[in-house]
Design a protein around this ligand. Structure first.
Ligand code: MRU
Length: 342
Protein backbone atom coordinates (compact mmCIF):
# COMPACT_ATOMS: atom_id res chain seq x y z
CA UNK A 1 0.00 0.00 0.00
CA UNK A 2 1.17 3.56 -0.70
CA UNK A 3 2.16 5.30 2.56
CA UNK A 4 0.73 8.82 2.37
CA UNK A 5 1.63 9.98 5.88
CA UNK A 6 3.22 8.47 8.95
CA UNK A 7 4.24 9.47 12.44
CA UNK A 8 7.88 8.57 13.06
CA UNK A 9 10.41 9.31 15.81
CA UNK A 10 11.96 11.81 13.41
CA UNK A 11 8.80 13.77 12.62
CA UNK A 12 5.77 13.50 10.33
CA UNK A 13 6.80 11.83 7.06
CA UNK A 14 4.74 12.47 3.92
CA UNK A 15 5.11 11.45 0.30
CA UNK A 16 5.60 14.72 -1.62
CA UNK A 17 2.54 14.95 -3.87
CA UNK A 18 3.91 17.96 -5.72
CA UNK A 19 6.72 15.78 -7.12
CA UNK A 20 4.74 12.71 -8.17
CA UNK A 21 4.82 10.95 -10.56
CA UNK A 22 8.28 12.00 -11.67
CA UNK A 23 9.92 11.52 -8.27
CA UNK A 24 8.88 9.44 -5.26
CA UNK A 25 10.27 11.68 -2.54
CA UNK A 26 9.42 11.79 1.16
CA UNK A 27 9.37 14.96 3.23
CA UNK A 28 9.89 14.97 7.01
CA UNK A 29 8.10 17.75 8.91
CA UNK A 30 9.81 18.43 12.23
CA UNK A 31 7.58 21.26 13.49
CA UNK A 32 3.88 22.14 13.31
CA UNK A 33 4.80 25.10 11.10
CA UNK A 34 6.33 22.68 8.59
CA UNK A 35 3.17 20.56 8.67
CA UNK A 36 1.09 23.71 8.05
CA UNK A 37 3.31 24.63 5.10
CA UNK A 38 3.03 21.10 3.68
CA UNK A 39 -0.78 21.35 3.78
CA UNK A 40 -0.82 24.85 2.25
CA UNK A 41 1.65 23.93 -0.51
CA UNK A 42 -0.21 20.68 -1.22
CA UNK A 43 2.73 18.39 -0.45
CA UNK A 44 -0.14 16.59 1.26
CA UNK A 45 -3.68 17.13 -0.02
CA UNK A 46 -7.10 15.51 -0.16
CA UNK A 47 -9.60 16.14 2.63
CA UNK A 48 -9.02 13.04 4.83
CA UNK A 49 -5.20 13.23 4.42
CA UNK A 50 -5.31 16.91 5.39
CA UNK A 51 -7.22 15.85 8.54
CA UNK A 52 -4.59 13.26 9.46
CA UNK A 53 -1.80 15.80 8.82
CA UNK A 54 -3.53 18.35 11.06
CA UNK A 55 -3.90 15.82 13.89
CA UNK A 56 -0.21 14.93 13.60
CA UNK A 57 0.68 18.64 13.34
CA UNK A 58 -1.06 19.31 16.67
CA UNK A 59 0.73 16.36 18.31
CA UNK A 60 4.06 17.52 16.89
CA UNK A 61 3.52 21.11 18.04
CA UNK A 62 2.81 19.98 21.60
CA UNK A 63 6.04 17.90 21.65
CA UNK A 64 8.01 21.15 21.35
CA UNK A 65 5.68 23.47 23.29
CA UNK A 66 6.78 25.23 26.49
CA UNK A 67 5.00 23.38 29.36
CA UNK A 68 4.64 26.69 31.22
CA UNK A 69 2.62 28.21 28.34
CA UNK A 70 0.86 25.10 27.09
CA UNK A 71 -2.65 26.54 26.71
CA UNK A 72 -1.51 29.57 24.68
CA UNK A 73 0.83 27.46 22.56
CA UNK A 74 -1.92 24.92 21.88
CA UNK A 75 -4.15 27.72 20.58
CA UNK A 76 -1.31 29.02 18.40
CA UNK A 77 -0.70 25.54 16.94
CA UNK A 78 -4.43 24.99 16.29
CA UNK A 79 -4.97 28.39 14.67
CA UNK A 80 -1.87 28.07 12.45
CA UNK A 81 -3.03 24.69 11.14
CA UNK A 82 -6.64 25.88 10.76
CA UNK A 83 -5.49 28.79 8.56
CA UNK A 84 -3.94 26.54 5.88
CA UNK A 85 -6.86 25.57 3.63
CA UNK A 86 -10.47 26.60 4.19
CA UNK A 87 -12.67 24.13 2.29
CA UNK A 88 -11.92 20.60 3.53
CA UNK A 89 -13.87 20.33 6.79
CA UNK A 90 -11.75 17.33 7.84
CA UNK A 91 -9.02 19.82 8.76
CA UNK A 92 -11.23 21.49 11.39
CA UNK A 93 -12.74 18.16 12.46
CA UNK A 94 -9.26 16.78 13.23
CA UNK A 95 -8.15 19.90 15.12
CA UNK A 96 -11.33 19.77 17.23
CA UNK A 97 -10.75 16.09 17.98
CA UNK A 98 -7.22 16.86 19.19
CA UNK A 99 -8.55 19.80 21.23
CA UNK A 100 -11.02 17.50 23.02
CA UNK A 101 -8.22 15.06 23.89
CA UNK A 102 -6.03 17.95 25.09
CA UNK A 103 -8.87 19.15 27.34
CA UNK A 104 -9.19 15.64 28.82
CA UNK A 105 -5.50 15.42 29.79
CA UNK A 106 -4.91 19.05 30.81
CA UNK A 107 -3.18 19.12 34.17
CA UNK A 108 -1.48 15.74 33.67
CA UNK A 109 2.35 15.60 33.56
CA UNK A 110 3.67 17.01 30.27
CA UNK A 111 5.10 13.64 29.20
CA UNK A 112 1.67 12.02 29.52
CA UNK A 113 -0.01 14.85 27.58
CA UNK A 114 2.50 14.51 24.75
CA UNK A 115 2.14 10.73 24.60
CA UNK A 116 -1.66 10.89 24.58
CA UNK A 117 -1.70 13.37 21.66
CA UNK A 118 0.70 11.21 19.62
CA UNK A 119 -1.49 8.20 20.31
CA UNK A 120 -4.61 10.09 19.15
CA UNK A 121 -2.98 11.33 15.94
CA UNK A 122 -1.85 7.81 15.10
CA UNK A 123 -5.36 6.60 15.84
CA UNK A 124 -6.85 9.17 13.41
CA UNK A 125 -4.61 7.72 10.69
CA UNK A 126 -5.48 4.10 11.44
CA UNK A 127 -9.20 4.84 11.66
CA UNK A 128 -9.08 6.64 8.32
CA UNK A 129 -7.77 3.51 6.56
CA UNK A 130 -10.48 1.34 8.16
CA UNK A 131 -13.15 3.93 7.25
CA UNK A 132 -12.05 3.94 3.61
CA UNK A 133 -12.22 0.16 3.48
CA UNK A 134 -15.78 0.33 4.84
CA UNK A 135 -16.70 3.02 2.26
CA UNK A 136 -15.29 0.69 -0.40
CA UNK A 137 -17.36 -2.27 0.84
CA UNK A 138 -20.54 -0.17 0.95
CA UNK A 139 -19.99 1.38 -2.48
CA UNK A 140 -18.81 -1.68 -4.44
CA UNK A 141 -22.33 -3.05 -5.13
CA UNK A 142 -23.24 0.24 -6.89
CA UNK A 143 -20.55 -0.17 -9.55
CA UNK A 144 -21.88 -1.71 -12.78
CA UNK A 145 -19.95 -4.63 -14.23
CA UNK A 146 -18.25 -4.40 -17.60
CA UNK A 147 -18.27 -0.58 -17.77
CA UNK A 148 -15.91 2.33 -17.21
CA UNK A 149 -15.89 4.38 -13.98
CA UNK A 150 -15.14 8.07 -14.44
CA UNK A 151 -13.41 9.91 -11.58
CA UNK A 152 -12.14 13.44 -11.02
CA UNK A 153 -9.14 14.76 -9.09
CA UNK A 154 -7.55 12.21 -6.74
CA UNK A 155 -9.74 10.66 -4.07
CA UNK A 156 -7.42 7.73 -3.58
CA UNK A 157 -4.84 6.39 -1.15
CA UNK A 158 -2.86 9.60 -1.63
CA UNK A 159 -5.81 11.77 -0.57
CA UNK A 160 -6.33 9.72 2.60
CA UNK A 161 -4.25 7.70 5.03
CA UNK A 162 -4.67 4.78 2.62
CA UNK A 163 -7.05 2.91 0.24
CA UNK A 164 -9.01 6.02 -0.74
CA UNK A 165 -12.66 7.03 -0.85
CA UNK A 166 -13.69 7.09 -4.55
CA UNK A 167 -10.73 4.92 -5.52
CA UNK A 168 -11.47 2.75 -2.49
CA UNK A 169 -14.91 2.01 -3.98
CA UNK A 170 -13.20 1.13 -7.28
CA UNK A 171 -10.61 -1.08 -5.52
CA UNK A 172 -13.34 -2.83 -3.58
CA UNK A 173 -15.49 -3.36 -6.72
CA UNK A 174 -12.51 -4.96 -8.46
CA UNK A 175 -11.85 -7.20 -5.43
CA UNK A 176 -15.52 -8.23 -5.62
CA UNK A 177 -14.97 -9.37 -9.20
CA UNK A 178 -16.27 -6.40 -11.25
CA UNK A 179 -14.58 -6.12 -14.65
CA UNK A 180 -14.13 -2.36 -14.80
CA UNK A 181 -11.64 0.20 -15.95
CA UNK A 182 -11.19 3.82 -14.92
CA UNK A 183 -11.20 7.10 -16.84
CA UNK A 184 -9.32 9.80 -14.89
CA UNK A 185 -9.93 13.48 -15.60
CA UNK A 186 -6.57 15.24 -15.66
CA UNK A 187 -7.99 17.91 -13.26
CA UNK A 188 -6.66 21.29 -14.25
CA UNK A 189 -4.94 23.26 -12.89
CA UNK A 190 -3.07 21.12 -10.33
CA UNK A 191 -3.33 17.90 -12.38
CA UNK A 192 -4.17 15.58 -9.47
CA UNK A 193 -5.90 13.21 -11.92
CA UNK A 194 -3.02 12.99 -14.38
CA UNK A 195 -0.22 12.99 -11.82
CA UNK A 196 -1.68 11.15 -8.86
CA UNK A 197 -4.76 9.08 -9.81
CA UNK A 198 -3.15 7.51 -12.85
CA UNK A 199 0.08 6.85 -10.90
CA UNK A 200 -1.86 5.27 -8.05
CA UNK A 201 -4.03 3.08 -10.29
CA UNK A 202 -1.00 1.92 -12.30
CA UNK A 203 0.70 1.05 -9.01
CA UNK A 204 -2.22 -1.35 -8.30
CA UNK A 205 -2.50 -2.68 -11.86
CA UNK A 206 -5.98 -1.15 -12.35
CA UNK A 207 -6.57 -0.22 -16.02
CA UNK A 208 -6.62 3.58 -16.22
CA UNK A 209 -7.09 5.98 -19.13
CA UNK A 210 -6.28 9.66 -18.83
CA UNK A 211 -8.62 12.24 -20.41
CA UNK A 212 -8.57 16.02 -20.24
CA UNK A 213 -11.41 17.59 -18.27
CA UNK A 214 -13.16 18.88 -21.39
CA UNK A 215 -13.45 15.34 -22.82
CA UNK A 216 -15.75 14.14 -20.03
CA UNK A 217 -19.00 15.16 -21.75
CA UNK A 218 -18.01 13.35 -24.92
CA UNK A 219 -17.43 10.08 -23.06
CA UNK A 220 -20.47 10.44 -20.79
CA UNK A 221 -22.62 10.70 -23.95
CA UNK A 222 -20.94 7.68 -25.54
CA UNK A 223 -22.62 5.10 -23.25
CA UNK A 224 -19.28 3.72 -22.12
CA UNK A 225 -19.31 5.28 -18.63
CA UNK A 226 -21.29 3.18 -16.13
CA UNK A 227 -21.04 5.69 -13.29
CA UNK A 228 -19.06 8.64 -11.95
CA UNK A 229 -17.46 8.32 -8.48
CA UNK A 230 -15.78 11.30 -6.82
CA UNK A 231 -14.69 12.31 -3.31
CA UNK A 232 -15.72 15.39 -1.32
CA UNK A 233 -14.16 18.14 0.76
CA UNK A 234 -17.31 19.19 2.59
CA UNK A 235 -20.93 18.06 2.39
CA UNK A 236 -23.67 20.36 3.71
CA UNK A 237 -26.76 19.15 5.61
CA UNK A 238 -28.89 19.21 2.42
CA UNK A 239 -26.40 17.03 0.47
CA UNK A 240 -24.73 19.80 -1.55
CA UNK A 241 -21.15 18.64 -2.17
CA UNK A 242 -17.98 20.76 -2.34
CA UNK A 243 -15.26 18.96 -4.27
CA UNK A 244 -12.45 19.74 -6.70
CA UNK A 245 -13.26 22.42 -9.29
CA UNK A 246 -14.88 20.75 -12.29
CA UNK A 247 -16.96 18.30 -10.25
CA UNK A 248 -20.14 20.35 -10.75
CA UNK A 249 -19.80 20.32 -14.56
CA UNK A 250 -19.26 16.57 -14.42
CA UNK A 251 -22.38 16.05 -12.28
CA UNK A 252 -24.56 18.08 -14.67
CA UNK A 253 -23.19 16.16 -17.66
CA UNK A 254 -23.77 12.85 -15.85
CA UNK A 255 -27.42 13.72 -15.13
CA UNK A 256 -28.01 14.91 -18.71
CA UNK A 257 -26.72 11.55 -19.96
CA UNK A 258 -28.48 9.35 -17.37
CA UNK A 259 -25.23 8.25 -15.70
CA UNK A 260 -25.32 7.77 -11.88
CA UNK A 261 -23.16 10.26 -9.98
CA UNK A 262 -21.79 8.94 -6.67
CA UNK A 263 -19.89 10.79 -3.94
CA UNK A 264 -17.73 8.69 -1.59
CA UNK A 265 -16.74 10.37 1.69
CA UNK A 266 -16.26 9.67 5.40
CA UNK A 267 -18.71 10.99 8.00
CA UNK A 268 -15.97 13.46 9.03
CA UNK A 269 -16.55 15.25 5.69
CA UNK A 270 -20.19 16.01 6.63
CA UNK A 271 -20.75 19.53 7.91
CA UNK A 272 -24.32 19.46 9.16
CA UNK A 273 -23.88 22.94 10.70
CA UNK A 274 -24.28 24.33 7.17
CA UNK A 275 -27.82 24.21 5.76
CA UNK A 276 -26.64 24.28 2.15
CA UNK A 277 -23.52 24.37 0.02
CA UNK A 278 -23.87 28.16 -0.41
CA UNK A 279 -22.19 28.58 2.99
CA UNK A 280 -19.14 26.41 2.18
CA UNK A 281 -15.98 28.55 1.98
CA UNK A 282 -14.26 28.08 -1.37
CA UNK A 283 -10.48 28.36 -1.45
CA UNK A 284 -9.02 30.65 -4.11
CA UNK A 285 -5.45 29.68 -4.99
CA UNK A 286 -2.54 31.47 -6.67
CA UNK A 287 -2.91 32.72 -10.25
CA UNK A 288 0.36 31.03 -11.21
CA UNK A 289 -1.33 27.60 -10.95
CA UNK A 290 -3.44 28.65 -13.96
CA UNK A 291 -1.00 30.80 -15.93
CA UNK A 292 1.89 28.34 -15.68
CA UNK A 293 2.37 24.63 -16.24
CA UNK A 294 5.35 23.31 -14.25
CA UNK A 295 6.77 26.84 -14.07
CA UNK A 296 6.40 27.51 -17.82
CA UNK A 297 4.05 30.44 -18.62
CA UNK A 298 1.12 29.46 -20.89
CA UNK A 299 -0.67 32.85 -20.82
CA UNK A 300 0.50 36.41 -21.53
CA UNK A 301 2.09 38.26 -18.62
CA UNK A 302 -0.47 40.24 -16.62
CA UNK A 303 -3.41 37.96 -17.52
CA UNK A 304 -6.35 38.34 -15.13
CA UNK A 305 -7.05 34.98 -13.47
CA UNK A 306 -9.60 33.32 -11.22
CA UNK A 307 -8.59 30.10 -9.52
CA UNK A 308 -11.32 28.69 -7.24
CA UNK A 309 -9.99 25.31 -6.11
CA UNK A 310 -13.46 23.81 -5.47
CA UNK A 311 -17.04 24.05 -6.66
CA UNK A 312 -20.34 23.03 -5.09
CA UNK A 313 -22.55 20.42 -6.74
CA UNK A 314 -26.22 20.88 -5.80
CA UNK A 315 -27.70 17.76 -4.20
CA UNK A 316 -30.17 17.21 -7.08
CA UNK A 317 -27.26 15.95 -9.22
CA UNK A 318 -26.01 13.48 -6.58
CA UNK A 319 -27.42 9.96 -6.99
CA UNK A 320 -26.03 8.75 -3.64
CA UNK A 321 -23.44 9.58 -0.97
CA UNK A 322 -21.42 6.54 0.10
CA UNK A 323 -20.10 6.66 3.69
CA UNK A 324 -18.55 4.14 6.06
CA UNK A 325 -21.91 3.92 7.87
CA UNK A 326 -24.01 3.30 4.79
CA UNK A 327 -25.44 4.98 1.71
CA UNK A 328 -27.40 8.23 1.83
CA UNK A 329 -29.95 9.14 -0.85
CA UNK A 330 -32.53 11.88 -1.33
CA UNK A 331 -33.87 13.51 0.76
CA UNK A 332 -30.37 14.13 2.09
CA UNK A 333 -31.43 16.33 5.01
CA UNK A 334 -32.93 13.18 6.55
CA UNK A 335 -30.55 10.48 5.31
CA UNK A 336 -27.36 12.40 6.22
CA UNK A 337 -28.68 13.32 9.67
CA UNK A 338 -29.47 9.63 10.24
CA UNK A 339 -25.98 8.59 9.20
CA UNK A 340 -24.28 11.31 11.25
CA UNK A 341 -26.13 10.33 14.42
CA UNK A 342 -25.98 6.55 13.89
O1 MRU B 1 -7.08 20.44 -3.68
P1 MRU B 1 -7.04 19.00 -3.27
O2 MRU B 1 -6.16 18.15 -4.12
O3 MRU B 1 -6.79 18.84 -1.80
O4 MRU B 1 -8.53 18.51 -3.54
C1 MRU B 1 -8.86 17.19 -3.32
C2 MRU B 1 -10.24 16.86 -3.70
O5 MRU B 1 -10.99 17.67 -4.17
C3 MRU B 1 -10.68 15.45 -3.40
O6 MRU B 1 -11.61 15.01 -4.33
C4 MRU B 1 -11.33 15.44 -2.01
O7 MRU B 1 -10.49 16.03 -1.07
C5 MRU B 1 -11.66 14.08 -1.59
S1 MRU B 1 -10.24 13.14 -1.19
C6 MRU B 1 -10.67 11.62 -0.63
Amino acid sequence: MIETIQWTGDGVVMIDQTRLPREELYVTCRSYQEVARAIRDMIIRGAPAIGVAAAMGVALGVQHADPARLDEEFEQIASTLAATRPTAVNLFWAIERMRRVFAEVRGCPIGAIRERLIQEARQVRLEDIAINEAIGRNGAPLIPDGKTVLTHCNAGALATAGYGTALGVIRSAISAGRRIDVFADETRPFLQGARLTVWELQHDGIPATLITDNMAGHFLKSGRIGCVVVGADRIAANGDVANKIGTYSLAVLAKENGVPFYVAAPVSTLDLTLASGDAIPIEERAAAEVTQVFGVPVAPEGTAVRNPAFDVTPNRYVTAIITERGIARQPYAESLAGIAHA
